[in-house]
Design a protein. Structure first.
Lengths: 322, 235
């Protein structure tokens, strides 16, 4: 309670804390629903995963860090052993083509209004001091849900809850990968990995040249992503090792360099069969013959974009620094 | 210098390249780094707990799911299909380019229509094949294969470079938390604004490339670069 009364804490952060509790409850709901679903082949593991996640999300602010760490490990164990699955119960709730058609008849193109709420509210939140983009986005979710309810009274809270549980269960344990990668980055930093890489790379490239730092960071992001097949994994490692010691040290805007490095990584995603979800699965879905067919059509875009982005980073950085 | 702390990075790179379980890789790499780096098991758990709680903002996708499924239930995908379906008398290249524009605009609002499985296959490909037939030709297998590849490619390009325009997208949140751990402050709105030129160039380059390539392919398979229906569309 102290936290919610503290005048030092912004309205946005207080609201976000409430939304974390909502997210935690949604996650626990997914755990309980899967536990009760007899068709789920791994009921216990799935329940442990979603429930421990739910507790960390809802109560993270008040739990000692050690307890949170233990809960994260407890959450990860069933995932590692492949014991986080989804059952038939939630899948059975999926809307039928007929139901969608009937609903669309009734609502029509107006359905775009709630769909765009999240983005509009996120930007509004970002522009209002003390609210912030994320709290804004959460309020957008609330607004979208209210609009959907106004459109059709059959959109009851239970429908929202079960629809979200179905999607959450379908995403499974991999949905936690970005959060775990972020934690891995923090561990790398705490263990001094950045310093070691900086020293090694510093032996090969000059550490006093911003232009070379930017080029190595951009191309490195692309190549690392191609090898790992995942730009999110690459950015954690590359920012600690190259971004901070060879680019950010010069005082260029970290928001600019950070997000551009990520999209340099996306150029790598376009080029690699390692990113199977984007480049190989579609070949199967569209019944194509050439396994590399999709990648071949992305090579030109990827190469133009890596050159453009490195040029953009170089020009903008030197302009920002005067 | 303790070069052994790099073992964690080696585990990540090799693990992902060998397609081992992603979550297993991350935990093993984290534990190895913490132990070699002298944090100990306690330090590992405390750092993991602290940073996971600090990064709860990345779990925002969970609350967004609260409306994602119900939007679909109420016909969002049908509405999108009707929107792109209004395009008449266009060539496959133009249809794909317009899909890219629509996909990117909605991606900037964090709205998705189901990707290749949910939208390209059931909506975009039938439109493209329909366009080939409308111009008086039978769809040629080799040509259709190329159109499929372009449609998938546009799906990826528009989604990758469009989603970074959404303020608070998971990629930007990951960048923010990584920068935070290193002591650098970042701003989500700024990140989205910096990406606008990148997104526009990516969309423009891909659209022009596919329209030109499609024109060449039609000339190759049908010899109809000047089909009456399409004349002027590509000027």
């Amino acid at each position: 309670m102290e936290f919610f009364m503290d005048p030092e804490v912004t309205f946005g952060n207080k609201a976000l804390e409430v939304f974390y509790i909502v997210m935690g409850l949604m996650s626990i709901y997914a755990g309980i629903r899967n536990y009760r679903d007899k068709t789920n082949p791994a009921r216990v593991g799935t329940a442990v995963f979603w429930c421990s996640l739910g507790v960390v999300l809802a109560l993270g602010r008040w739990l000692p860090s050690l307890v949170s760490g233990v809960l994260v490990v407890v959450m990860v164990l069933p995932a590692v052993f492949g014991k986080v699955k989804s059952g038939q119960a939630s899948a059975d709730d999926a809307p039928t083509t007929q139901e969608v058609a009937v609903n669309y008849q009734k609502i029509g193109t107006k359905i775009f209004i709630p769909a765009l709420c999240l983005g509009v509210f996120a930007i509004s939140g970002a522009l209002i001091p003390g609210v912030g983009a994320l709290a804004g986005c959460c309020f957008g979710v609330v607004a979208a849900a209210i609009i959907l309810f106004v459109y059709s009274r059959s959109n009851t809270p239970r429908v929202f809850l079960n629809d979200s549980e179905r999607l959450l269960s379908a995403m499974g344990a991999l949905s936690m990968l970005p959060m775990l990668l972020a934690s891995l980055g923090a561990i790398f930093t705490a263990a001094g990995v950045g310093g070691v890489i900086a020293e090694m790379v510093g032996a090969v490239i000059p550490s006093d040249n911003l232009a070379i730092g930017i080029i190595v960071f951009g191309i490195g992001m692309m190549l690392f992503t191609m090898i790992m097949g995942n730009a999110f994994a690459a950015i954690t490692v590359m920012t600690v090792g190259i971004g901070a010691p060879f680019v950010l040290i010069f005082g260029v805007d970290p928001s600019f360099i950070g997000i551009l490095a990520l999209t340099c990584g996306y150029c790598g995603t376009l080029l690699t069969p390692m990113a199977a979800n984007f480049n190989i699965v579609p070949v199967a879905l569209l019944e194509m013959k050439d396994r590399m067919g999709v990648i071949k059509k992305q090579v030109l875009t990827a190469l133009v974009m890596i050159v453009f982005q490195i040029g953009y980073m170089l020009i903008a950085s030197f302009m920002m620094l005067g | 210098m303790n070069y052994l702390v790099l073992l964690g990075i080696v585990i990540v790179v090799v693990g992902f390249a060998l397609k081992l379980d992603s979550i297993l890789i991350v935990i093993v790499a984290g534990l190895a780094t913490a132990l070699i780096g002298g944090l100990g098991v306690d330090g590992f758990l405390v750092t993991l707990g602290t940073s996971f709680v600090d990064n709860r903002n990345m779990a925002i996708f969970i609350i967004i799911l609260l409306v994602t499924g119900t939007l679909e239930r109420n016909g969002l995908k049908t509405a999108a299909a009707n929107l792109i379906g209004r395009v008449k008398n266009a060539t496959p290249g133009v249809i794909i380019a317009l899909y890219g524009v629509m996909r990117m605009i909605f991606a900037a609002f964090n709205v998705s229509f189901g990707g290749v499985a949910g939208f390209v296959r059931p909506v975009i490909m039938p439109m493209c094949v329909g366009a080939i037939e409308a111009s008086g030709h039978t769809p040629n297998d080799e040509y259709v294969e190329q159109v499929k590849a372009m449609a998938s490619g546009m799906e990826n390009v528009a989604w990758f470079f469009g989603q970074v325009l959404f303020v608070g997208t998971s990629g930007a949140l990951l960048v923010q938390s990584t920068m935070d751990a290193l002591g650098y402050q970042t701003d989500l709105l700024q990140m989205a604004l910096f990406e606008i030129p990148v997104a526009l160039v990516a969309l423009a380059v891909t659209s022009v490339y596919y329209i030109i390539l499609d024109k060449k392919l039609r000339a190759k398979y049908y010899g109809d670069t000047k089909a009456p229906l399409n004349a002027g569309k590509e000027a």
